[in-house]
Design a binder for this molecule. Structure first.
Ligand code: KIV
Length: 263
């Protein structure tokens, strides 16, 4: 996957092949991840995995712009999504002003907004003004404090109907794809079948149009907690610790640096 995917080719994948999305927060990792992903998400999860905070809520616009630029420099052939941070899209004017900053101050290809039918007006305002939008429905990390925790959605009939309404509203508002997070698998599949744009799941089972994971989770680098939906593709934390232990040992034993490392 070394040619940048476009919005129209993203839409055309629906029903044909699953999309691969992964987060990145810096140029170094973005470059390593880009060959095998369709889209790189500069998620506001960086507030937790990168900055060590407890949730995503204190992420700022300036931080998102800084990290998005870093990712775009590292992954020049990738379709890059910039997450709109908490508080940056509470009304149409602020949303447009901040989304325009993303498009003017970074080469990102679209923004991502958390919310369903309650945010449809905002999504419509952005798409009407030339900003491509990826929606985000289901469990919304930016609502963690108001909801009193991370709660899996789609457990009741009411929630199920709400998710379908949310997905339809976001599609109708002009979003070209959406993330669905923390939703019972059968419900996420039903939501996916109710819209024509790709629905990319995280903790939403296999019946969706693609998957997204936070890179530091799937590489086993983030150790604070591991949600049930995360698969660790390597034990990054142990690899890093072992390497640093070895480095420290070789300095103490004067095995490093050797002749080949010396001018
Ligand atoms: O911020 C993020 O990384 C996200 C993913 C969890 C989808 O929004």
């Amino acid at each position: 996957m070394n040619k940048k995917i476009t919005i129209s080719s993203i839409k055309k994948t629906k029903g044909i092949r699953p999309l691969v999305m992964i987060t990145a927060y810096d140029a170094l990792f973005a470059k390593l991840l880009e060959d095998d992903s369709d889209m790189i998400l500069v998620g506001d999860s960086l507030n937790m995995s990168f900055a060590g905070k407890n949730d995503t809520l204190s992420t700022t616009m300036d931080q998102m712009l800084y990290h998005t630029n870093a990712v775009c420099r590292g992954a020049k052939n990738s379709f890059v999504i910039c997450d709109m941070p908490f508080g940056s899209y509470t009304n149409k004017d602020d949303a447009l002003k901040n989304a325009i900053r993303v498009f003017q101050e970074t080469p990102a290809d679209c923004v991502k907004i958390e919310g369903g039918s309650d945010k449809a007006e905002i999504v419509k305002h952005l798409t009407n003004n030339g900003i491509a939008v990826c929606g985000h429905i289901g469990l919304l990390p930016q609502s963690v404090r108001s909801e009193g925790g991370y709660k899996v959605k789609g457990k009741t009939n009411k929630e199920q109907l709400q998710l379908i309404e949310d997905a339809r509203a976001i599609e109708e508002a002009g979003a070209f794809c959406m993330v669905i997070e923390g939703v019972k698998a059968d419900v996420a599949t039903e939501v996916t079948n109710c819209v024509e744009i790709p629905v990319i799941g995280i903790g939403a089972g296999a019946g969706v149009d693609g998957q997204v994971l936070v890179f530091s989770d799937m590489l086993g680098l983030f150790e604070e907690f591991t949600p049930k939906f995360v698969k660790k593709y390597m034990d990054g934390a142990s690899l890093v610790r072992d390497a640093v232990k070895n480095y420290s040992y070789e300095i103490a034993s004067k095995e490093f640096p050797k002749e080949e490392h010396t001018y």
